[in-house]
Design a protein around this ligand. Structure first.
Ligand SMILES: [Fe+2]
Ligand SMILES: [Fe+2]
Length: 345
């Protein structure tokens, strides 16, 4: 199937909203997908209501960049709409989680957090310089109950909120710094929000997700819109292998792939092997837009406004992944085990 054909196929999947309603009905927790890239803004903000407490995870927002196929005014309208939704979610919730200090994960406005319980990424340790500056600006003098969350678990009634240790924002040593993944557990049901693990690219991050084995997984996906200059193809290859492993080794019943991956209208072709594995494993991958019965904005924009940066492209298939990894192994960039995994795809 060609790129545009795949898109048309995806756009016909409005019936997915029925899944969303069923999950809503049977779920022990209520999950509100407040703002996401598939809705047309840089964000991965969710609100989780357990009956014990209301939690907002990552109330941040930024406009999509130039390669996103919407006009500036369309982007502005969406940004306004979803910033309002994020602010409303915060004002109605008592607990706010910040997994790191990029602006698509927190709005830098102290008024939003006043009087709240704030569970935050450590602002002083395992943090890069720019995020430390942003964290200090946000937290200094803030009238809120601020708790450093790295590696900790918090309980609110029968709700457990657990945080990973600091994990790389993508590959080892990246200058983007670190993030925390957050897990909310209530009445035996688990939701895992990975934050920005950029794929995941790393085996360690993938191990954490597989070990958590959540019922609901919100994964950010690889930032393919940065391929060729910020993101290397061998890291896309590793991300694909890691997502395939998660599909194979978890019992996740709601697998959401959004945020970074939904900034690129080629995402279904670049993640061809992920969609193939999902189909073979009987797992459906959803974007938040599809869950809500809407079209992912990046595809809707492409079909209405035409291409931006990429005019032609092809699927990134098993043979391409092997070729890229052979090269990376030869140049000492990754270990040979990745190549073995690719050959087993
Ligand atoms: Fe980030
Ligand atoms: Fe992000």
């Amino acid at each position: 199937m060609s790129g545009p054909d795949r898109m048309v196929c995806a756009l016909k999947k409005g019936e997915k909203s029925i899944i969303y309603l069923l999950i809503l009905y049977y779920s022990a927790m209520r999950v509100e997908y407040v703002a996401f890239d598939s809705l047309g803004v840089k964000s991965s903000c969710v609100r989780v209501k357990t009956g014990d407490c209301d939690i907002v995870i990552d109330p941040g927002i930024a406009s999509e960049t130039g390669s996103f196929p919407l006009t500036s005014s369309e982007k502005m309208v969406l940004r306004r709409r979803y910033e309002g939704a994020i602010r409303d979610a915060c004002s109605e919730s008592e607990i706010i989680v910040l997994t790191h200090y990029h602006y698509d994960h927190h709005i830098p406005d102290q008024d939003l957090y006043r009087g709240k319980v704030l569970l935050v990424k450590d602002p002083e340790n395992y943090i890069n310089r720019s995020q430390r500056v942003r964290a200090r600006a946000l937290l200094e003098g803030l009238e809120a109950e601020v708790k450093v969350a790295d590696g900790k678990t918090f309980r609110f009634g029968s709700t457990k909120i657990s945080f990973s240790k600091p994990m790389w924002h993508g590959t080892e040593g990246t200058n983007l710094g670190y993030v925390l993944s957050v897990e909310v557990e209530h009445k035996g049901e688990k939701l895992l929000h990975t934050s920005d693990v950029d794929g995941p690219v790393l085996k360690e991050t993938t191990d954490m997700i597989v070990e958590a084995d959540p019922d609901i997984l919100i994964l950010d996906g690889p930032p393919t819109y940065l391929l060729g200059y910020i993101m290397a193809y061998y890291n896309l290859a590793r991300s694909i292998l890691n997502i395939c492993r998660i599909l194979e080794e978890t019992e996740t019943h709601l697998f959401i792939l959004d945020h970074h991956a939904l900034r690129d209208y080629r995402y279904m072709d670049l993640l061809h092997e992920v969609y193939r594995k999902a189909e073979a494993s009987g797992v459906s991958l959803y974007t938040v837009a599809e869950l809500m019965g809407e079209k992912p904005k990046v595809l809707e924009g492409y079909l209405r406004n035409g291409p931006t940066r990429w005019r032609t492209w092809k699927s990134f298939r098993k043979e391409d992944i092997i070729k890229v990894l052979e090269n990376a192994v030869e140049n000492g960039l990754v270990k040979g085990e990745w190549l073995e995994k690719a050959r087993e795809l």
